[in-house]
Design a protein around this ligand. Structure first.
Ligand code: OXD
Ligand code: MN
Length: 601
């Protein structure tokens, strides 16, 4: 390695911490990342030499690489993700809690000598455009070159961040090891990791320690660990919101543009919605971010959002020219694919990329694969890591340090029944009620059973770093801090409702713009709205269906208030709310009672 960025660091505390960790983990070398292209290329070449990366065909995917993880290291491990708050009650019933002192002691044992034979990379990174008043800095210490190159795409890293940190700037320390020390002379494996995994958050000291996994949200600590779990705690304390939300700009045929944010659980189509190709002529969507939003109350009382990330870590399966042509364009070059299949000519493939698979592939485990062999070619949670700036519809303001003004917030999930295509909250408190009751079928983004309905409030179930009841209270308080005339309106959508024949009633993807159009019309004070017990819903002719052929009766079903389904829902919400005990804000109990009485119960 060439001389590193250590010499530009003026931050004595950071230098001391790096020295301390180096003494503990005993790496063979320490490298301070400058974030340059040169450094990125060298690390990628090193990963190719180590067998971690396969370079893709440069004609098809210039600067593209494929990585295959260890087959047991393929997703976020929610059951090994801990919130180590001093008081267990502060982690709340939705998190796994561990005692901070005991956990530090266990981890200190595990980290002792954990980086032997490897390089410790020091990666200063900024979540948010460097210099934005809303950006925050972290420093990840990691022994994974794979994590470094992914972080360089997903965040802004290196010397400019050290400059910004100056001699005394605040940073979130993020310690990471794959937990696979090398004895002298021991050969490395392409994907080092440890069967024992610990993803630990210390909210009181705002620190993250992650051990044993090299994959995604377990290893790229800026993303879920910092930008959601730790940032949600910082946001609670400072009066802002760190959310699992995409941000998009929607432009109407008259040129009027509005920004919307939307929360959906993992692998429910956030990336597809964030860069949607409109099925309605004259309407267009631009993308500010596809996964995380940091939202602040601006001086004028409006809510403004930045995307703290700089890249997309998207789910590959299902991404196609139909579902998301803009994502396909964004991942054409300079992209790292993890756990997808490889074609004989150096291209990548995954289920759903084309209607029929190529006749021969190497699957994500490195074995020969032919159609009908009974195994998926790509791992269901396989991913691409791509620079956001490569998205053809990236919004011109996506790096605006002041963020973009948010006029509507949408919640949603995968619901096969009961929940209609769209409804609007009657008030901010009712919107918080809707957000708090979000539920979805589980997907491959996390380990564990799939297709099971679980409550995922605000799509933050795996990502809220403190007690969920307090988080609901924080949302209610945020509504009081916003100017009522400028406050975003709150909506709930469901693209996934199925008919009696088991088929989806709504086409989704580019046609979702029809629902966005209705939402925008509501902001502009149009009608096509009716009051129902569950919220404000489109009239039968409210959703623009020009050019769309829906099954007979589908729209009625999509906009129906299913009384029996809602009665079951009431009971399920009451049981769920019961889990928060006295930390459930009274307003939400009131909203549940009001819904019950509106439904005539
Ligand atoms: C993600 C997730 O990777 O939510 O964005 O799992
Ligand atoms: Mn996500």
């Amino acid at each position: 390695m060439k001389p590193d960025a250590r010499h530009v660091c003026r931050h004595a505390h950071l230098v001391t911490w790096v020295d301390e960790i180096a003494r503990l983990c005993r790496p063979a070398a320490v490298h301070w990342c400058d974030g340059s292209d040169d450094e990125y290329q060298r690390l990628c070449a090193q990963l190719v030499a180590a067998g971690t990366f396969t370079a893709l065909d440069p004609q098809r995917h210039p600067g593209g690489f494929l990585a295959r993880s260890h087959p047991a290291d393929v997703a976020r491990v929610e059951d090994r993700t801990f919130i180590c708050s001093p008081d267990p009650a502060d982690a709340g019933p939705t998190n796994h809690w561990r005692d901070p002192a005991e956990t530090k002691a266990t981890l200190t044992r595990l980290f002792t000598g954990a980086m032997s034979g490897r390089t410790l990379y020091v990666v200063p990174f900024s979540m948010g455009p460097i210099g934005s008043p809303y950006a925050r800095i972290g420093v990840q210490l990691t022994d994974s070159a794979y994590a470094v190159v992914n972080l360089r795409i997903m965040t802004r890293i290196g010397s400019p961040v050290l400059d910004r940190l100056a001699s005394d700037g605040a940073y979130v320390p993020c310690l990471h090891s794959v937990g696979a020390p090398l004895a002298p002379g021991q050969a490395d494996v392409p994907w080092p990791c440890n069967p024992e995994k610990w993803i630990c958050h210390f909210p009181a000291e705002r620190a993250i320690w992650s051990f044993g996994s090299g994959y995604g949200g377990n290893a790229l600590l800026g993303k879920k660990c910092f930008a959601l779990r730790i940032a949600s705690v910082i946001a609670r304390d400072e009066g802002w919101l760190a959310e699992h939300m995409l941000i998009l700009g929607l432009t109407a045929p008259n040129g009027r543009k509005r920004y919307l944010a939307a929360a959906f659980p993992s692998a429910c189509g956030k990336t597809n919605l964030a860069m949607l190709q409109s099925a309605l002529p004259g309407w267009s969507v631009t993308c500010v971010g596809d996964d995380i939003a940091w939202l602040h109350v601006a001086e004028d009382g409006r809510l403004r959002a930045i995307n703290p990330e700089a890249g997309f870590f998207g789910v590959a399966p299902g991404t196609s020219a139909t579902s998301n042509p803009h994502a396909l364009a964004a991942i054409q070059a300079n992209t790292i694919f993890t756990n997808v299949a490889l074609t004989p000519d150096g291209d990548v493939w995954w289920e759903g990329k084309t209607p029929t698979p190529p006749p021969r592939l190497i699957d994500w485990t490195g074995q020969d694969w032919t159609p009908g062999c009974g195994r998926p070619a790509a791992q269901p949670n396989s991913r691409y890591t791509a620079p956001a700036r490569q998205c053809p519809v990236i919004d011109p303001a996506w790096e605006d340090p002041d963020g973009v003004p948010i006029d509507a917030i949408i919640f949603g999930g995968r619901r096969l029944g009961t929940v209609p295509l769209v409804n609007e909250a009657r008030s901010w408190a009712h919107g918080v009620f809707l957000g708090s009751t979000c539920a979805s079928e589980t997907t491959a983004a996390a380990g564990g059973a799939q297709g099971v309905l679980r409550r995922d409030p605000f799509a933050m179930l795996p990502f809220c770093g403190y007690h969920m009841g307090d988080y609901f209270a924080h949302w209610l308080a945020m509504g009081r801090r916003l100017d009522p005339a400028k406050r975003p309106r709150l909506f709930y959508v469901n693209w996934f409702r199925k008919g009696a024949d088991g088929r989806f009633l709504w086409p989704g993807f580019g046609d979702n713009v029809r629902v966005l159009k209705w939402i925008l019309e509501q902001l502009d004070g149009h009608d096509h709205i009716r009051t129902t017990p569950i919220g404000l819903m489109p009239t039968a002719d409210g959703i623009d269906v020009q050019g769309l052929t829906l099954a007979r009766g589908a729209m009625d079903e999509l906009l129906a208030v299913d009384a029996a389904g809602w009665r079951r829902e009431l009971e399920s919400i009451a049981t769920y709310y019961g889990t928060f005990g006295e930390r459930l804000p009274a307003e939400l109990g009131d909203e549940l009672a009001a819904l019950r009485s509106r439904l005539g119960e």
